[in-house]
Write a protein that binds this ligand. Sequence first.
Ligand code: NAP
Length: 285
Amino acid sequence: MTDRVALLGKPLRRRHSVVMHNAAFAAAGIDARYELLELDADKVDAAVAAARGPGWLGLGVTAPYKRLVAGLVDDVEPDAETIGAVNNVVRRHDGTLVGFNSDAPGFRAGAELAMGRDLAGAIVVVAGAGGAAHAVVHACLTAGARTVTVGNRTPAAAAALTARFAGIGTGSLSSAALDDDRFRRALAAADLAVNATTVGMVDAGATIPVEALPPEATVFDLVFVPAETPLVAAARARGLRAANGSEMLISQAAIAFERWTGIGGMAGVMRRAVAPLLADPTARA
Ligand code: NAP
């Protein structure tokens, strides 16, 4: 019997996960398939329940169900609980489901690769206070970042994020509005500036004024469609190190794959498989 993993979300416009996971199943010689399951909120409960059955390895979870699914599985791992979002689920042999978050370690891998150093001791500025920003800030704090400043268009959401994570790690954590002077001052000292908003993909606008960054700073944009986001282009034009979110996407997928199958080291297979899609200028955001 072919085993299954399904990605729950709505809408599901992108095929990046399908391509990466199915290439990894093929390379590992595992008879399994990863499929998209676009469904309304009232069908999510039944889809999660079905994944307790034989033949299921687990689930992927994307917007807008990362919070909802956390309440439907049997256990949620502590990091995912703290972050407040489950982006993958693994089925144990006894049929119980465990929710976990691979965005946070995926971000850490992608950002450290882009910086050419680790996050320990880093001064980090993050734009955004949504689900992805929660994973980013959690990863920075647990990796030992020295300071993390969170700026958001809606400052109350940034303040709520920092209140939620108070006490994690040894670094200092503060919040600001994106257009606040404090946010700009934080950028002037940043080792790493992260865009964790939807700006650059579905939303137009700007989050990080690259001219405010020091020359040794790295810019990391979680957005990966288009491949060269306006922020990445602006950072490169200023001579800064810059990367889009594609390595985070690949790393978080490889982490999830290992949890479902026990097989690690699939990032290279996934990277090769998804490269044409990442480079496709007509791929839909
Ligand atoms: P989300 O929960 O909907 O949060 C959206 C964030 O974007 C909020 O902070 C929102 O600010 C901000 N925002 C939206 N429009 C804006 C604008 N015009 N100006 C300034 N800020 C704006 O979304 P999410 O799940 O966190 O995802 C954020 C991005 O990360 C998406 O592009 C997603 O594709 C990407 N992502 C990438 C990876 C990867 O592997 N590379 C993984 C996860 C997510 P307000 O609070 O003011 O509305």
